[in-house]
Design a protein around this ligand. Structure first.
Ligand SMILES: C[S@@+](CC[C@H](N)C(=O)[O-])C[C@H]1O[C@@H](n2cnc3c(N)ncnc32)[C@H](O)[C@@H]1O
Length: 284
């Protein structure tokens, strides 16, 4: 492993705003951010109080309302966690990724700029339910996840019902999922999932920066935040696709066979690289 990576790994171990595979966090995020704001060193998870939005029914104006918690999945360098943190100081933000050297970037910026309502978790997304309590998360941003283009890998896509069922365990009722991707395949796949399971689709655009969408009433200023991968244009689609939807229906496992059949009928099974090599157009 390179020296630079080792330095970054060592640095995040010392950062109060990075938790690596934390144990016992569900229900404690509001208390965690209070301690972070106070500048507490060595925050002890065991000593944090459990406080959930659903428990905070107090009519006492002196009891502060619990801030909404927004999660960025596959955050990489955490451009959304940090960028949203700059836009909204009345919400808390957590970026989650497995790569410590990428998280280091966002966590360092949050530290440098005093964004005490932005933190990071280093872990596998498959384990995400271990870190949040029921109804603790208000919104989820999935930013440029690996599109997992091969059909045989469809279950690894972060908008596959298998993952959506995990998110349902901690996303509050009415909570919103945002997907930003440059992959036409992942965009169409996710739309198919939304339609098949009857989820509420709030926004769908093939071209988030197109004039038509930007001038529509669906435009959301949060979409202006650009991530590192967004700039790479890996799918060569020259378009950024955006979906906003709710996880407001049950996601029966029985429908997965049907999903498989539907996507097999329209999906690109080659990678975009091999399509390009063969002189073919990526699917729109
Ligand atoms: C294509 S990058 C996008 C990063 C960032 N959102 C951006 O747009 O620049 C995908 C990210 O997902 C992370 N990732 C992929 N699979 C993961 C998993 N199972 N658990 C946690 N992170 C994962 C990778 O480490 C990587 O940082």
């Amino acid at each position: 492993m390179g020296q630079k990576k080792l330095i970054k790994f060592a640095a995040i171990k010392e950062y109060e705003n990075v938790l690596e595979y934390p144990q016992g966090m569900p229900g404690k995020w509001a208390s965690f951010f209070e301690e972070l704001k106070k500048g507490t060193v060595n925050i002890e998870i065991d000593e944090l109080a459990i406080s959930l939005p659903t428990q905070n029914n107090s009519t006492d104006a002196t009891v502060p309302a619990i801030k909404p918690l927004v999660l960025e999945l596959a955050c990489g360098r955490g451009e959304y966690a940090v960028g949203l943190g700059r836009m909204f100081d009345n919400q808390n933000f957590v970026g989650l990724d497995i790569k410590g050297n990428r998280i280091w970037k966002g966590a360092s910026i949050a530290n440098r700029d005093g964004l005490k309502h932005v933190a990071f978790v280093r872990t596998q997304i498959d384990q995400v339910t271990q870190y949040f309590a029921k109804d603790e998360v208000s919104e989820i941003w999935i930013t440029f996840p690996d599109p997992q283009l091969r059909l045989s890998k469809a279950k690894k896509r972060l908008t596959h019902p298998k993952f959506l069922r995990l998110y349902q365990q901690f996303l509050k009722p009415g909570g919103i999922v945002h997907l930003k991707t440059d992959s036409p395949n992942l965009y169409l796949f996710t739309k198919t999932v939304i339609e098949l399971y009857g989820l509420t689709l709030l926004t769908a655009t093939y071209d988030v920066y197109g004039t038509e969408f930007m001038q529509s009433d669906k435009w959301d200023d949060r979409c202006t935040i650009k991530t590192y991968y967004e700039g790479l244009n890996i799918a060569s689609s020259n378009r950024i696709h955006y979906l906003q939807f709710k996880l407001d229906k049950e996601l029966p496992i029985e429908l997965e066979e049907k999903l498989k059949d539907i996507i097999a009928a329209f999906e690109v099974t080659e990678t975009h690289d091999s399509l390009a090599r063969n002189g073919k157009q990526a699917m729109e």
